[in-house]
Write a protein that binds this ligand. Sequence first.
Ligand code: SF4
Length: 241
Amino acid sequence: MEDKIEHAKELIEDAVRNYPRIAVACSFGKDSMVTVHLAKEVDPNIKVFSVMTQYHPRETFDYLKLMDKKMNLGITVYMVADSVPEALKDGSLEVRLLPTEEFNQEASQIETETGNRIYAINPDECCQLLKVEPTKVAVSSLDAWITGLRNTEGITRVDFKEIEEKGGLIKINPILTFTEAEIWRYIATRGIEPHPWYGKGYRSLGCAPCSNPGEEVERGGRWKGTSKCGGECGIHTQRLK
Ligand code: SF4
């Protein structure tokens, strides 16, 4: 595992050297916390951003605030919302609000037609508007971004590479070969406090309606019961620039 850690740091070091306009994406799941910890060890001033949605649980907002302070992340949050959620109102946090019209229109049309919520009927569209589009804004001024993708998380992540390029945007995946057990070992040995939902049996975290605990496959609880089960929100599969 020490070899993997050294290799991850080398990837980050090279990326920071080659791409001055770089940032780490952080969802505040376990893999993100390892990635930002490694990145901050390489470059304490590296930028960190997070895309949050109105459907993330209160615990994630509280955890974000806590870890932003503890790890000195200096995080910028991007969010489709009219106002900053109560839980994120904190003078130390930068929250960039993005327009809500398109999402509200889509969501209310689906609710009117089906009597159900957009994430249950069309999770792809929900993720597109609440996650992918805000991520495009977050990376618009970057040459490269660093993520916590891992090959063994699920079938959709097997083929990702450590360094990727789409539309001129470089993506670095420094912990790609870490196993789930290695992630937990890193977290334990570095004294990183994990998101409280891991104590409830969750193995992969996202928005509350689309995350479920107790699955045999690591990402099996994501979008459970939909055609998107165990899949991707789109930020790692689509061109963002
Ligand atoms: S994870 Fe679920 S609630 Fe969150 S943006 Fe995607 S479909 Fe919507």
